[in-house]
Design a protein around this ligand. Structure first.
Ligand code: NAG
Ligand code: NAG
Ligand code: NAG
Ligand code: NAG
Ligand code: NAG
Ligand code: NAG
Length: 430
């Protein structure tokens, strides 16, 4: 077991996103249309089969609740099979369409042949096609339909799925290594909660400390701010000023109409907040994908996108309105390809809107009271080092310090088998 982990570590953890490969450079995709495209995988080794598994909606009750179809992608081309004890790399899907994650998780596809591993990408419930209640609309309809969108249920899905899969493949003895990026947390928790199922975990950018009072909740935004400030302080100042400018503009008589037109929105703006949310999510995502090479992880973007955004914002002569600059800046993010006719604030190209529910516990939106202590009660977090050292093993935490999630990540080695790999500059995203 430990050998695999060591192999895991020693095999270069340099993360090469597939999107940086020549194949993709010559065939740019437009991610905002992503959901409509066929499998975007142009690389030979990215082939997989799509399967569906009948999953229990509620794992923690015995009442007769409905099931739903959970999608998973599987590739057995490299697998040495059960007799050779070929490992299973089970990459936890997180907040989004699983095909999108699979296409952007180069690392797993790169190491699979080396380890003769079976690759499985299960989709997270309530994302992509894995919708309870038959459709996205029904699943997200109200607080009771959303009640089964919890981390506990999601990792139970993974545990049930992989167990059943091993049974079907007569591969009960094969070691399973869990991985994940945004949901690297899920991978780490799989290992902690289901150690008999997960032999090890590779948790990238796993903000498992990002709860409660363990690290200040502002940390994420502090890092986003730092990323912009680091690039240009005038750029940062302009962004900072823009929030006030938006408010002021929004109060004016036809301010919302004016802004809808200036920001080239497809629909008339109903309030300022929708626009500022749209802007701030661009900045957050930019900080998450500030790679030194062109990428298409969230959107087609140039290398060093924050630098490009700031270059745009700073390029305007003094006296230009703050909002005009901001617009030019976010256009790098939302319209880098230059093919967008108008901006749709409701556009959620990666099916990530459910993320709000889990990450921010939107009280207003769904009328649900958050339970701030629950996550740490369920998964730990306070003095996590002691817990991990005492009860945990075989987890690799990898973090890039510019990644806004790193503030809540495990950045120090905890024990011989719980190690932190930290890159000062780069972003880890596998
Ligand atoms: C909530 O949504 C579910 C699923 O669509 C539906 O069956 C149920 O009746 C709704 N409940 C309320 C209180 O609206
Ligand atoms: C295992 O096989 C059964 C019977 O064919 C099937 O219903 C089930 O979906 C399979 N499990 C998985 C994880 O594919
Ligand atoms: C404003 O409200 C209308 C009616 O509810 C809606 O159709 C439109 O999409 C909203 N505009 C934006 C930008 O969300
Ligand atoms: C704009 O004004 C600031 C000080 O007010 C100055 O530092 C900066 O160089 C000016 N930028 C341009 C492009 O003129
Ligand atoms: C997107 O960029 C293209 C090319 O620069 C431009 O013609 C178009 O107006 C932009 N779209 C929006 C909505 O700003
Ligand atoms: C943790 O240990 C590994 C080797 O065991 C080393 O490569 C890595 O740099 C260490 N991480 C930190 C953050 O010191």
């Amino acid at each position: 077991m430990k050998e695999l982990l060591l192999l895991f570590i020693s095999s270069s953890l340099l993360i090469t996103p597939i999107t940086s490969s020549p194949a993709f450079k010559t065939t740019p995709r437009f991610l905002s249309k992503f959901s409509n495209t066929n499998k975007p995988l142009t690389q030979q080794n990215l082939k997989y089969e799509t399967q569906y598994f009948t999953q229990t909606l509620d794992h923690f009750t015995f009442s007769n609740l409905p099931t739903f179809q959970q999608r998973y992608l599987i590739n057995s081309n490299y697998w040495s099979g059960p007799l050779q004890m070929g490992p299973i790399f089970f990459y936890c899907g997180n907040e989004g369409d699983i095909e999108w994650f699979a296409a952007n998780t180069g690392f797993v596809w790169e190491i699979a042949p080396r380890f003769n591993a079976l690759v499985v990408f299960p989709e997270h419930r309530y994302y992509g096609e894995s919708m309870p209640f038959g459709s996205r609309e029904k699943a997200y309809e109200n607080a009771s339909s959303l009640a089964y969108l919890t981390t506990e249920q999601a990792i139970a899905d993974f545990a049930v799925l992989v167990t059943d899969l091993k049974w079907n493949l007569s591969a009960k003895a094969c070691p399973v290594v869990f991985g994940g990026s945004y949901g690297g947390m899920l991978a780490a928790w799989m290992r902690l909660k289901y150690p008999h199922i997960a032999m090890g975990a590779l948790a990238s950018s796993a903000p498992i400390l990002q709860f409660e009072d363990i690290v200040p909740s502002e940390t994420f935004y502090d890092i986003v701010s730092r990323d912009f400030m680091r690039e240009s302080s005038s750029c940062f100042d302009t962004i900072k000023k823009s929030w006030g400018a938006l408010e002021v503009e929004g109060m004016k008589d036809d301010g919302l109409v004016q802004m809808s037109s200036n920001f080239r929105l497809c629909q008339r703006l109903n309030n300022t907040k929708d626009l500022s949310d749209w802007l701030s999510s661009a900045y957050s995502y930019l900080a998450m994908v500030d790679y030194p090479y062109p990428s298409e992880f969230l959107m087609p973007l140039p290398a060093n996108p924050i630098k490009e955004v700031c270059r745009e914002i700073d390029s305007y002569p003094n006296g230009t309105s703050v909002l005009e600059r901001i617009f030019a800046g976010v256009s790098i993010y939302y319209n880098y390809t230059g093919t967008v006719d108008c901006f749709d604030l409701g556009d959620d190209p990666h099916g990530m809107s459910g993320w709000d529910w889990q990450a921010k516990q939107c009280i207003k939106e769904f009328g649900i009271k958050p339970r701030p202590q629950w996550v740490t009660t369920e998964f730990g977090g306070h003095d996590i080092r002691t817990t991990l050292r005492t009860y945990g093993s075989n987890i690799i935490f990898s973090n890039g310090l510019l990644d806004p999630w790193s503030g809540g990540g495990v950045l120090q080695n905890v024990s011989e088998t719980i190690v932190a790999l930290v890159t000062a500059e780069g972003m880890t995203r596998e």
